[in-house]
Design a binder for this molecule. Structure first.
Ligand code: MG
Length: 389
């Protein structure tokens, strides 16, 4: 069996889902997804020349060929590594179909039959305790036992007296690490308190800082947040400095989780070997793909660090992530970031809701075990994309 073509389609949703198909000379077609980003589709088209004519079974060798062929795209590879990840996911689907077995059986087999997911709740519907409580309660009503909110930009009023350009931390790109004012701190605690009260003590709750704080202030914030018994505090400081992150993790009474902006096992390695995180959070279709994520999990396992996979994909990338999450001994929970995309579940043809009671049951068909709803996907095609043409 030889690879004959690689094609893409970008679907417009809350993110642009970059779907990738790998075609073979015996008629099998594999489907994958790459993390969104400008230029990812164009890079996939460049990768085509590196894989056409090759045997798709040699996934790890092909991964290395793509990395070397793109001028050694490594731990700082950005969109290039995301594109490689999309092809890698599609290769696993081809190989699973060729061998007649689910992908998880190609990655060492499974530790679990279903994958626990947590629902991202973003910034809620408005920056008020009532809106956050309502968002939390309605998410839990859907069956989720773990949820996440973004605390980094909670109320423009917190920033009104700041002498910076823009409103809120996202408007202050020149000074993200400005101190947290007492007003902002109190606002965060008020919102988180409303959520905890709404969901009770036994629903897991994570908070995302989106890299916005300096080490001293986020340590103080973590101490104030300790009574809320958080699952984790995510991305407290920018992703570039592991020593600064380690200072936070060493001092925080709340578990620190990060990793979505690190690429390949080489990029994630110091988070684990320096023990700079309590939970490591690879984004699987962004950081290198299924086997690369499995290698990260195994490294983390040596340090007794659990894995919580970051995920903003369509059901295609999400199911692919489930196969490798099933194979990780130290897997904890997978993100679901599609609550507000009403047709998220319908992206798969001929199946019911993928997520039930906060879990995804692993498909047991060959490869991914799911197929794309082509009519729906093509109806939401990005205007600058083509449907696998
Ligand atoms: Mg995050």
């Amino acid at each position: 069996m030889r690879i004959t073509d690689v094609r893409t389609a970008s679907i417009r949703a809350n993110f642009d889902w970059v779907l990738v198909r790998v075609y073979t000379d015996d008629g099998l077609v594999g489907l994958g997804e790459a993390y969104w980003g400008a230029g990812v589709e164009a890079i996939v088209r460049r990768l085509k020349a590196l894989v056409v004519g090759e045997d798709p079974h040699n996934v790890d060798w092909l991964y290395q060929k793509m990395v070397r062929g793109m001028s050694g795209a490594g731990s700082t590879g950005g969109a290039t590594v995301a594109a490689i990840s999309g092809v890698e996911l599609a290769l696993w689907d081809v190989v699973g179909k060729a061998l007649g077995t689910p992908i998880y059986n190609l990655l060492g087999g499974r530790y679990r039959d279903r994958i626990r997911v947590y629902a991202d709740c973003g910034h809620g519907d408005a920056p008020t305790p009532e809106a956050w409580a309502e968002r939390a309660a309605s998410t839990v009503e859907k069956g989720f036992t773990a949820i996440k909110f973004d605390i980094d930009n909670v109320d423009p009023a917190c920033f009104a007296d700041a002498h910076h350009v823009g409103v809120g931390r996202k408007g202050w790109l020149q000074c993200q690490q400005q101190p947290i004012s007492n007003r902002e701190m109190d606002r965060i605690l008020e919102l988180v308190g409303a959520v905890r009260e709404a969901i009770g003590p036994h629903i897991d709750l994570a908070l995302d800082c989106h890299w916005n704080y300096n080490p001293r202030d986020v340590i103080t914030l973590a101490r104030h947040l300790e009574p809320f018994r958080l699952m984790w505090l995510e991305d407290p400081t920018p992703p570039d400095n592991v020593e600064a992150l380690k200072r936070v993790t060493d001092a925080s009474p709340v578990p620190i989780c990060t990793g979505e902006n690190h690429y390949t096992r080489h990029g994630i390695r110091p988070l684990i070997t320096e023990q700079a995180v309590d939970i490591v959070q690879p984004d699987i279709p962004k950081m290198g793909g299924l086997l690369e994520a499995k290698k990260v999990a195994d490294l983390a396992d040596i340090y007794y660090i659990p894995v919580a996979a970051h995920n903003v994909c369509s059901p295609i990338g999400t199911v692919a992530a489930c196969h490798t999450c099933a194979s990780m001994r130290n897997f904890s929970v997978l993100e679901f970031h599609g609550q507000d995309v009403e047709w998220w579940n319908e992206m798969l043809s001929g199946s019911g809701a993928l997520i039930e009671d906060g879990y995804i049951t692993l498909p047991d068909g060959p490869g991914l075990g799911v197929e794309l709803n082509e009519a729906l996907a093509s109806a939401h095609l990005c205007e600058d994309s083509t449907f696998f043409a």
